[in-house]
Unconditional design. Structure first.
Length: 481
């Protein structure tokens, strides 16, 4: 694992020393994981130039050649699964069992995109004119600039960068300041797999330098596409900047996922899915259940069973110990601003804390798994993404009522519901205003399926047969004959 810690940036196939550096801390114990390169505007501009030069040859490689590098890369990631998982856990406090899962998830995108690289088909179009023949081809768009978050420090790199690379694009990527080493580690394995210089460039920066790097990525004329995952607030800034040069933009932003339990649902299925959907990585994923709606006839049963499962399944402790399933939140800001203020607001407005509701006894940024009942739609926890371990329970009476409540939001990423009424399943799945819906299922993300949101949750899709579309231009050819 230590061999992946570096204070260098990866630019044009070289491990470059950078004048400044910043500390990366382990959220579990506050220890310094290492110092990372603090890139700035000038370096970002120079990196874009290198990526642009590299694009001139990478775009002409055959899909099969790109695919075989990606396949080797996939194998190397799996070979290094344990050390990559330890790195993720040290950087972002993810319990080690989940980090091992994240490495497999990250690798699955490399494998999938290696396969998709060879299937970026164009079309032949039946002609309406006897003297013309029509077709379309797909071409790589150019340099893709990327900005990624801390919650999936390996998965977000491969899901984005490998789609661009598979399509024949080159990449300039700024990882989150909390988790730069995982991104650099993935790049190191890419280099080992045979990625040519300049195809993938990683330029970490401190939070202070993030806006200036974001500015280069979103306004430089040599960047053709921007891909961002993070908060809706930052996404809107970047989308505005990208307008000046009309870049192709894809964004995965915040969610406020409804998780609906109808009275016909099988509680034996609901409870483990609620635990996984709400509490994995302590609730710090954009598809975690945010608003849990429970039909009144099963409300009390659901609450008592979920509390019992939380006490049994969520074990707080050392994040590197596989016996534990629950770690600290990413940082103090997340704890205070989001989790504590949401719980305070709910209590002030009449909600009841059934369990948790306070910082964990292990100190640091631990917060106890929390369940609150009597939540109403006006409360903060129903309107601001929680990104923490709070199960907020809202009682409802009818299907129409809950659909209206679930859709009363400016965001729409994931949504989940549990029901054994087939007709209801069709109705609700179609009516929920989200990009992804789990029907009797709380974990749905996989490389084969399109990931993305509607409304202010973003633009575009990642993974799936559509992944390369974000990084390709369709060119129509009309042949006179
Ligand atoms: P979070 O609050 O969870 O860190 P952000 O959206 O702020 O979510 O961060 C996601 C990514 O966006 C990180 O890589 C971060 O450094 C980057 N970022 C934050 N603000 C800006 C900005 N103004 N310009 C460019 N990147 C930014």
């Amino acid at each position: 694992m230590e061999s992946f810690i570096t204070d260098k940036a990866y630019i044009n196939g070289k491990w470059e020393s950078v004048a400044d550096s910043f500390e990366v801390l382990n959220p579990y114990n506050g220890e310094v994981v290492g110092r990372a390169a603090d890139c700035d505007k000038a370096l970002a501009e120079a990196t874009v130039k290198h990526a642009h030069v590299a694009f001139q040859s990478w775009k002409n490689t055959c899909a099969k050649a790109r695919s075989s590098i990606l396949k080797k890369w996939f194998e190397l990631i799996l070979k290094n699964q344990k050390s990559l998982a330890e790195l993720i856990t040290k950087e972002n406090g993810k319990p080690i069992k989940e980090s091992i899962g994240e490495v497999a998830y990250a690798a699955s995108f490399v494998e999938w995109l290696a396969e998709e690289a060879k299937r970026n088909y164009g079309t032949t179009i039946p002609t309406p004119h006897p003297n013309k023949r029509l077709m379309s081809i797909k071409q790589p768009i150019g340099v893709a600039g990327m900005i990624t978050p801390w919650n999936f420090p390996a998965g977000m790199i491969t899901r984005k960068a490998c789609a661009a690379i598979a399509a024949g694009c080159t990449v300039v990527l700024k990882p989150a300041e909390d988790t730069p080493f995982s991104a650099l580690a993935i790049a190191k394995l890419g280099e080992e797999a045979g990625l040519p210089a300049g195809v993938l460039n990683i330029i970490p920066s401190s939070r202070e330098h993030a806006p200036e790097i974001g500015n280069v990525i979103c306004t430089h004329p040599d960047v053709a596409a921007v891909s961002f995952t993070g908060s809706t607030a930052t996404g809107k800034i970047l989308l505005g900047l990208a307008a000046s040069t009309v870049k192709k933009v894809s964004m995965e932003l915040g969610g406020l996922a409804p998780f609906i339990v109808f009275d016909s649902a099988d509680m034996n299925k609901v409870i483990p899915n609620a635990i996984a959907c709400k509490f994995r990585y302590m609730g710090q994923t954009c598809v975690c259940a945010n608003r849990i709606f429970v039909q009144e006839s099963v409300h009390d049963e659901f609450v008592s069973k979920l509390v019992a499962a939380m006490k049994k399944e969520l074990i707080l402790g050392d994040t590197l110990d596989p016996a534990n399933s629950f770690g600290p939140l990413i940082n103090e800001k997340a704890l205070e601003k989001v989790v504590e203020s949401q719980v305070e607001d709910a209590i002030k407005n009449g909600a009841t804390v059934v369990c948790g509701g306070k910082r964990g006894s292990l100190g640091g940024t631990f917060y106890e798994p929390t369940l609150i009942t009597g939540v109403t739609p006006a409360m903060k926890c129903c309107n601001e993404e929680t990104f923490g371990p709070i199960a907020a329970i809202i009682k409802f009476k009818t299907e129409d009522e809950v659909i209206a409540l679930a859709n009363d939001s400016r965001v729409g990423l994931a949504g989940y519901f549990f029901s054994n009424d087939v007709a209801q399943c069709w109705r609700v799945a179609e009516k929920l205003e989200v990009g992804m819906v789990g029907i009797n299922e709380g974990l749905m993300s996989t490389a084969e399926a399109p990931f993305g949101g509607v409304k202010e949750s973003g633009l575009g899709r990642e993974g799936s047969q559509f992944a390369l579309d974000e990084f390709t231009e369709m060119k129509y050819m009309c042949w006179g004959v």
